[in-house]
Design a protein around this ligand. Sequence first.
Ligand code: SF4
Ligand code: SF4
Length: 344
Amino acid sequence: MKILKLPKPQLDFFASVLQQFGEVHAPVERNGKFVFQRLARWSDARLDYNRTILPPKKYFLPPRERLFDYREGAGYVPATDELDKRTVLFGVHACDIYALNILDTVFGGPYPDPYFQARRKNVAIIGIDCTPDEHCFCRSMRADFVESGFDLFFHDIGDYFLTFVESARGDDMVLATESLFEEVTRADYVEYKRRSSRKRESFRLDVEIRDLPEIFEIEYHADIWDDLGDKCLSCGNCSMVCPTCYCFDVIDSAGLGTPEGERIRHWDSCLFATHALVAGGENFRGSRSSRIKFRFYHKQRGFVAEYGRPSCVGCGRCIEVCPVGIDIIEVINRLRGVEHARVE
Ligand code: SF4
Ligand code: SF4
């Protein structure tokens, strides 16, 4: 990996050059929260954000998308119009990049999803480091640092951004603005390491994930699942904002009496009452306790068995948005029989 540094005053010019690599999107403030969106002007970008309401997942697996049209005579016509659109996502945090790498394993593998993969190819990612707030526990989930899945990654080292160049496209971005970047000195590396270590020490939440699948196995019949079922509203907020939740439903939309229609997929949630409802009226997870239990078991146990790590990156979004205060850290610690590990 090539490592360079960019003087902070040059960031504006660097960002203006990025437009040749696609439409530039970044976090902007909206009513005190942050959202990724297309920038009207670079000065709207808020690189000091804590977390966006929806993760960058929305660019790769849109909340609602048309998969194909079907028409008599033409057969199936794939919806490819937006797939080759080039976009640059500027300012993605390590945990959200890590989450995209997790989604790569789901939407790659034996049944690759061409829609997700086309977008992954055409959306450039520029990462930026961040400061953990009271809901972040990405360090516990080993997602506070990423080695892949991005083009460039900026680390603040004072007057400069230490810049990790990870891909050929990232290299092209640097070459297009080569005069802006400088060679890194030993003192820069020392400052990078000092700040990394300070960041590691600044996490206020900590959770132990070693042997967590075994703890879940042991606690399958624990009372906590009924308690959570009594509390949970099945609103689905937690899965909608989660960067690694990927449940979707597929519907056909066809007009009555017309030989044509379209197939659409849209986000779904395993917390919704109808998620496991099948023909004939059987619902395999009819109770709220069974649904919230499933969400935890899938993320912290089933995913580990299948992919070797939990499908949680510790972004803290589900803690922030749950209207009844269900907190993943409290749940895990209660299962472990320990107090809420908040480091003050
Ligand atoms: S489960 Fe919660 S903390 Fe973990 S990745 Fe999803 S939203 Fe973030
Ligand atoms: S956000 Fe909270 S209340 Fe809503 S479905 Fe998730 S756990 Fe239940």
